[in-house]
Design a protein around this ligand. Structure first.
Ligand code: ATP
Length: 254
């Protein structure tokens, strides 16, 4: 049986107020799947990422990364996880290669092996010729690609990206999305891509998890979700699933 790259079960999180930030959230991301975590502001996407990376401890529920529980076996789980956070975290005054070597060293990857992997990842992301430039000299799209290359150096099976296209223009967004889809298709990497931008979804290949007010409202390939909602497009499904009215009311009205 194939082990899911990410397996989230019964996840619940409270920051201490009346409302739960996440309530009984469950879904899987299988190897090679590009899954969009879709949700409006405040849906719980960042909370889910913080729980999946072990930054927060859930009130209830479990997260397994490649079969390893993030709370019980964080070292094994994190070894399979690559993360690109919403806020850029590169050192602008180091070169591209210096940033990547630094990260590789943190993961205990030897210098020669690190340089081999850096060359491979930068080539794959069409950035090898920029390797000796300071990150400050790169535009936003290229910086994001460096962050993706960095997140792949320890060869994770799951890549989490939290709204990675924020601040990028349309061509840079398209290039980034194309590169990340290629990772899924070529290497079988599983991707969870958090966004609130519907046009980032490829309806022919992608899976979606629609999160709204801390709950999963839909989960599956785009066509299956559209069939479930009775909508023609993922944009309509999303509007329907995240409508201001309670979901039961929307269903009755349909
Ligand atoms: N540190 C915190 N303390 C208290 N409440 C929080 C905290 N962080 C988030 N929340 C609340 O938890 C809920 C989920 O927030 P979260 O940031 O996870 O959503 P999001 O989908 O990432 O939103 P955005 O797209 O705006 O980043 C919201 O109601 C938010 O106000």
């Amino acid at each position: 049986m194939t082990v899911p790259a990410l397996d989230v079960e019964g996840l619940r999180h409270s920051y201490g107020g009346n409302r739960l930030a996440l309530e009984d959230v469950g879904f899987r991301v299988m190897p090679g799947a590009f899954t969009c975590l879709l949700g409006p502001n405040g849906a719980g996407k960042s909370t889910l990422f913080a729980l999946a990376t072990g930054l927060l401890r859930p009130t209830a529920g479990r997260v397994h990364i490649h079969g390893h529980d993030i709370m019980q076996a964080p070292g094994d789980a994190l070894a399979h996880l690559g993360v690109v956070f919403q806020q850029p975290t590169l050192d602008l005054d180091l070169t591209v290669v210096q940033n990547l070597r630094y990260f590789a060293a943190l993961h205990g990857i030897g210098r020669r092996e690190a340089d081999r992997r850096i060359e491979a990842e930068l080539t794959r992301l069409s950035l090898f010729e920029r390797r000796a430039e300071k990150v400050r000299a790169l535009n936003g799209g290229h910086r994001r690609r460096v962050e993706i290359a960095r997140a792949l150096l320890h060869r994770p099976t799951l890549l989490l990206l939290d709204e990675p296209t924020v601040g990028l223009d349309i061509p840079a967004r398209r290039t980034l999305i194309r590169h990340v889809h290629a990772l899924c298709a070529e290497d079988g990497i599983a991707v969870l891509w958090a966004t609130h931008l519907i046009d980032e979804i490829d309806p022919t290949t992608d899976h979606v998890v629609v999160l709204h007010r801390g709950r999963v409202r839909a989960n599956g390939p785009v066509a299956a979700v559209n069939e479930e909602t009775g909508c023609a497009t993922v944009a309509e499904s999303f509007d329907r699933l995240t409508a201001a009215r309670p979901i039961a009311e929307v269903e009755t009205a349909a």
